[in-house]
Design a protein around this ligand. Structure first.
Ligand SMILES: [Zn+2]
Length: 119
């Protein structure tokens, strides 16, 4: 049988580092499904969690204009990805990992220019 690298069902590069995290989509048992978002890490803590946020526009019909709103979610930050505050990351929905976490970081978008060139 041909040995195949585990895929997580989403087209993202496999992290170079290995980890023992059970809640890692690459090296653990975490299964991914649901919505995908891109955001910026605004803080991280020692429990492999991070807070990410992104801006969105909300339409106000009365004024026919948009106002800026900000979405903020708690995400799991696997050790092999280890995103730092300020990094742009891609997150995907998964089963609830803790009380507030049901998203996991699957990619660091460091080379934003490279990504837009390829697509
Ligand atoms: Zn991992």
């Amino acid at each position: 049988m041909k040995k195949q690298q585990k895929t997580i069902g989403v087209e993202v590069p496999f992290p170079k580092e290995k980890c023992e995290d059970e809640n890692c989509p690459f090296h653990g048992k975490l299964k991914l499904r649901g919505r995908i978002f891109k955001g910026k890490v605004i803080s991280k803590d020692t429990h492999r969690s991070a807070i990410i946020a992104w801006d969105r526009q909300h339409y106000i019909p009365k004024y026919e204009r948009y106002e800026k709103r900000r979405s903020k979610i708690a995400v799991h930050n696997p050790r092999c990805i280890d995103a730092q505050a300020g990094d742009d990351v891609k997150v995907i929905e998964t089963r609830p990992i803790s009380k507030t976490k049901h998203f996991v970081i699957i990619q660091k978008l460091k080379d934003e220019t490279n990504i837009s060139k390829n697509s």
